[in-house]
Design a protein around this ligand. Structure first.
Ligand code: ACO
Length: 278
């Protein structure tokens, strides 16, 4: 059953352990207002430790994923409230993007249409990203006279080569989903009509993995990017041992099913979670 946030800016439903969360302002091309930012945080809170949810997919209602920040409500209206208002709005938007980056469950951005400016925050926030070939991505900030703030410049620098990120930010030119995949902004692109099937397929792969190991893996992948090799080696050793605190049996079961039961091969797929009592 589709649930809608109190002010209607976010819609979500949980089907077969996948939480399908949607920006829900299609008339405004899903641009992010302070209300949407607040409601999205609440929805993420509500779903994060829900045992019915194993994977979260973020997509957009209508023709857009997100047309970035709401230029009326997030910029013009908030600026009238002075610095306190501006900082509050920033905390609320950056806050839920940060929540996504370190979310308990694996997350997938399913970019069904327009993705501009501030939309790059939640795009990077999601662990994986799949786009429609028809989607369009742009750092349009330069087109209306600002630099790509709110982390957008960092996202482009993080995901794209120097020349590509520089061109993308300085020209404001869009790339479509196929080009975004070629550039590494997203994992893959597919025709819009097939996008949901492909994302469901990937979500189901994740649902078959040990959830404690998945959370440890995704955090580790983000953390080690900024570490030296030696620091990463040390962090990973400790992260692995810390994961045993929440799941002391998973790896033993994985080893048991391979070495004793010979019921699967780790190189070819995951052990059977249903035989574990995590
Ligand atoms: N902020 C505020 N309102 C917006 C935004 C936005 N980011 N994007 C769309 N809207 C509104 C439009 O003003 C319009 O409102 P109205 O119906 O009340 O006039 C409605 O959404 C529909 O938009 P259209 O422009 O008519 O839709 P169309 O499908 O023709 O174009 C497109 C879609 C290309 C996304 C266009 O709306 C657009 O360029 N939006 C702005 C994109 C952008 O640059 N975002 C800011 C990035 S910078 C940042 O996030 C910091």
């Amino acid at each position: 059953m589709v649930e809608v946030s109190p002010k209607g800016t976010v819609a979500y439903e949980v089907v077969d352990r996948i939480a399908w969360v949607r920006f829900n302002r299609p008339d405004k091309r899903n641009c992010m207002s302070p209300t949407l930012n607040r409601e999205m945080k609440d929805v993420l809170d509500r779903l994060e430790f829900d045992p019915e949810v194993g994977v979260l997919v973020l997509s957009g209602e209508g023709t857009s994923w997100s047309a970035g920040m709401d230029l009326q409500e997030y910029f013009r209206d908030v600026e009238k409230e002075g610095l306190a208002g501006v900082r509050k709005a920033q905390r609320e938007s950056y806050g839920w993007w940060r929540r996504l980056r370190w979310y308990q469950k694996p997350t997938i951005a399913m970019v069904n249409g327009w993705c501009f400016g501030g939309g790059y925050g939640p795009l990077l926030g999601c662990d994986l990203a799949f786009a429609a070939n028809e989607a369009q991505f742009g750092l349009s900030e330069i087109n209306w006279g600002i630099l790509p703030g709110g982390g957008a410049t960092k996202v482009a620098a993080e995901l794209l080569s120097f020349r590509r990120s520089m061109y993308h930010a300085m020209t404001g030119e869009m790339v479509d989903g196929a080009k975004a995949a070629e550039w590494g902004l997203v994992n893959e692109s597919a025709p819009l009509a097939q996008l949901k099937d492909r994302v469901t397929q990937v979500a189901n792969i994740l649902l078959g993995k040990n959830p404690v190991a998945l959370k440890a893996t995704k955090d580790a992948m983000r953390r080690v990017r900024e570490m030296t090799y030696d620091n990463a080696e040390d962090y990973l050793l400790r992260a692995q041992e810390a994961a045993f605190y929440y799941d002391g049996e998973g790896r033993k079961e994985g080893l048991r099913q391979f070495l004793d039961e010979k019921s699967y091969k780790p190189g070819l797929g995951a052990y059977d979670l249903n035989k574990t009592k995590v």
